[in-house]
Design a protein around this ligand. Structure first.
Ligand code: ADE
Length: 425
């Protein structure tokens, strides 16, 4: 389609005022982003570069978008999940001149239509959460890659797939793995997912956690966060895993570790955080208790076999927003939250601003790094790149300072000692 800068398709532009207040609230909790905005708004290092983005449209993402624009970039944006767009935020962004195609409750066709519209501008960079934009370029518009100097990827699932593509020689432009920064996954994935997932479950159910059996499928970073927070509520936490070390960590935290087949019989609340498909399936629904609550916080909605649940049910009704009651043939009821999509973003507002501050600082600095390489005439190989350690330390340093903490520095003697392989007892 013809490209028009500043074009938009959102649910209701009249919601912009509400959205703007929320964005200002996020800004007040994102000091690292605000410091980066201040640092680059005069020099505008991204001027002349076009960025297509595909990432949940939230108040925190709005801070990222407006920081990229302040640094000179031209932006075109879509959401990365049909249920995660906050319509007031999309409206506020559109009103402020961001080209955006995003609304809550998109169909699959509308979702891909929106991604494709962001490509009409012929971007120089891509910014993803889940890699749907990168895959759309690769699968449908590979000719656009000639103008693309690189991309950045936010999430574990996306990075996993991009590494697999790179290993097969199928990646056609370089991508920075934002997810793998220590200041991203040790904070966002753990504390962000933990808090916002429980927030989503609460908003959708208003249930009491204390005294419940809370089953967390997957004890990676995201599952660790969910389990940590659930255990603090008085729930008994049960971990299911396929990886021995991850299961062992759960056991040593004091959680029960069970195969899903066993956990399914005793769980009251289930959350999947694995990144793989078919984690909760027919055989598990068959043995679940009446009233069990089931949800997912992984990127894609394939972790729970919803088709099986549909087939096993005689009726279905919405009992609360984001809460579907399925009645099975034997009368048991199972409650599926947010249609099996990311419960933290679909039923709540996603991770709190304070953690997204660091994740998005990594996004922002990675986009700047790709542009710097381009300006220096360096053509990066089409593979997946890690975040440099000094970027992590820089971001963590600003975060610590703005939180009011200070830390020690090594003395020259300590530095020497650290590298002294002759030193002993
Ligand atoms: N992913 C998880 N939480 C998020 C948020 N608040 N904004 C954007 N992406 C997110």
């Amino acid at each position: 389609m013809d490209h028009k800068e500043g074009a938009y398709k959102v649910r209701d532009i009249g919601l912009a005022g509400e959205g703007r207040k929320k964005i200002e609230w996020a800004e007040s909790r994102m000091p690292v982003m605000m410091e980066l905005r201040k640092k680059y708004e005069d020099t505008k290092p991204l001027k002349g570069y076009k960025i297509a983005g595909c990432l949940h449209v939230t108040k925190e993402t709005a801070v990222l978008i407006e920081t990229l624009r302040a640094a000179g970039a031209q932006i075109s944006w879509s959401g990365c999940n049909p249920l995660s767009t906050q319509d007031d935020i999309a409206a506020a962004l559109a009103e402020n001149g961001t080209e955006i195609y995003a609304w809550h409750g998109q169909s699959t066709d509308e979702f891909y239509w929106s991604i494709e519209r962001t490509l009409d501008m012929k971007p120089n960079l891509t910014l993803d959460d889940g890699a749907d934009l990168i895959f759309t370029v690769h699968n449908k518009f590979p000719e656009l890659a000639k103008d693309i100097i690189g991309g950045t990827e936010e999430t574990t699932t996306g990075v996993h797939r991009l590494r697999a593509m790179a290993a097969d020689g199928k990646l056609i432009y370089p991508v920075i793995a934002v997810n793998d920064a220590e200041t991203k996954w040790d904070f966002d994935n753990v504390y962000g997912t933990g808090q916002s997932s429980l927030d989503g479950i609460l908003r959708a159910t208003s249930t009491l956690f204390a005294g419940k059996n809370f089953v967390v499928a997957g004890h990676g970073h995201c599952g660790t966060g969910c389990a940590k927070r659930a255990s603090g509520t008085g729930s008994s936490v049960i971990i299911t895993e396929v990886k021995a070390t991850a299961a062992l960590k759960g056991a040593l935290e004091g959680y029960q570790v069970l195969p899903m087949k066993e956990a399914a019989k005793i769980g009251d609340i289930f959350i999947t955080a694995t990144g793989v498909k078919d984690v909760i399936t027919k055989e598990h629904f068959e043995v679940m208790k009446d009233g069990a609550i089931v949800c997912n916080t992984g990127h894609y909605d394939c972790e729970i076999d919803i088709d099986a649940l549909e087939e096993m049910s005689v009726s279905k009704r919405t009992v609360r927003p984001n809460n579907e009651e399925y009645t099975l043939k034997d009368g048991r009821r199972i409650y599926l939250l947010a249609q099996g999509r990311l419960v933290n973003l679909a039923a709540a507002e996603g991770h709190p601003s304070e953690v997204m501050d660091m994740s998005f600082a990594n996004q922002f600095m990675s986009q700047i790094r790709l542009v710097d390489e381009d300006k220096a005439g360096n053509k990066l190989d089409p593979t997946v790149y890690d975040i440099p350690e000094d970027q992590d330390q820089y971001i963590a340093g600003i975060k610590l300072r703005t939180l009011g903490y200070s830390i020690d520095t090594l003395t020259p003697e300590q530095e020497k000692y650290l590298n002294d392989y002759a030193a002993g007892t």
